[in-house]
Design a protein around this ligand. Structure first.
Ligand SMILES: [Zn+2]
Length: 285
């Protein structure tokens, strides 16, 4: 498992499974001739997108960023459609580190689309869904939480009842911004979804920005390259422009949940790569 130390925070990428989604949908209006040079695609025009939660160890607490594609939650048809060739193996990843799901005290949810929220709940033997991280507080923006429970005609496809009902008592919401622990904040951005949030950590001169689905992979560095899945693409562009400039100025690490090739990248002030954590492929059993 790859790790990255950023000031007081230690990040470890866990195995949350994988999806393969249409490359065109992931790059919006960008022609394939341009995006295919930056991110490989298969014969079905799909690109490999991990759904790997990031474990954060900070000041003696264990936190998680997003929750993976989940285990035993998708039908065969859904697995085919979403290109899920591997499901979440989060418990095994944690066990390798000497941890269990009960050690997770806080889960930071950037948003609640199925590919981020499926890992929050699991099916029991009685065919009921229950919370996976029973001891954790789960942070999400108020706007996202409202839409999850009352999705519109389009978002109903990605906001699933089994992903929110069992965890509703664990939810902590925020409006614009919330400080979770010293130096660690969640900031509501909107864009990808109305309630989408990013995660920011600053410790002296070291920092990281988790842009979530406003910059899902390294290939989305261009500020105008936003997803066809975005509900409010112009908002994505504006927020991406603001936060990427901020991150460039601070030489922040940019961390990824979906990227199949890079776990984190650090850029200089002009946006050139100055450091990187590559994903170790085939590292998972
Ligand atoms: Zn996503």
């Amino acid at each position: 498992m790859e790790t990255l130390q950023v000031g007081r925070a230690k990040l470890t990428w866990l195995n949350g499974g994988v999806t393969h989604l249409d490359g065109g949908s992931m790059f919006g209006v960008v022609p394939k001739a341009l995006w295919e040079r930056k991110y490989p695609n298969n014969e079905k025009n799909q690109i490999e997108l991990r759904t790997d939660p990031i474990l954060m160890e900070l000041d003696g607490s264990y936190l998680l960023i997003d929750s993976g594609i989940g285990w035993n939650k998708l039908s065969e048809k859904q697995k085919r459609n979403f290109g899920v060739l591997e499901e979440t193996k989060l418990e095994a990843s944690l066990l390798d580190l000497g941890l269990t799901v009960d050690d997770i005290e806080i889960v930071l949810m950037t948003h609640l689309h199925y590919d981020h929220a499926n890992g929050l709940t699991k099916l029991t033997d009685e065919e009921k869904y229950e919370s996976v991280f029973k001891k954790a507080k789960i942070y999400v923006s108020q706007v996202e939480w409202d839409e999850m429970r009352h999705p519109n005609i389009r978002s109903v496809n990605t906001y699933w009842e089994e992903n929110w009902k069992p965890i509703s008592e664990q939810i902590c919401t925020f409006t614009d911004e919330v400080e979770i622990l010293s130096g660690l904040t969640m900031v509501h951005t909107g864009g990808h979804s109305d309630g989408h949030a990013i995660i920011r950590f600053q410790d002296d001169k070291e920092s990281f920005l988790h842009m979530a689905d406003i910059m899902p992979t390294h290939a989305h560095q261009n500020k105008l390259w936003v997803l066809a899945y975005d509900d409010y693409p112009v908002q994505s562009v504006l927020q991406k422009e603001y936060w990427m400039n901020q991150g460039y100025k601070e030489n922040a690490w940019f961390t990824f949940y979906h990227d199949a090739y890079f776990r984190a990248i650090k850029f200089n002030e002009t946006g050139e790569i100055i450091d990187q954590i590559k994903r170790m492929r085939y590292a998972y059993k």
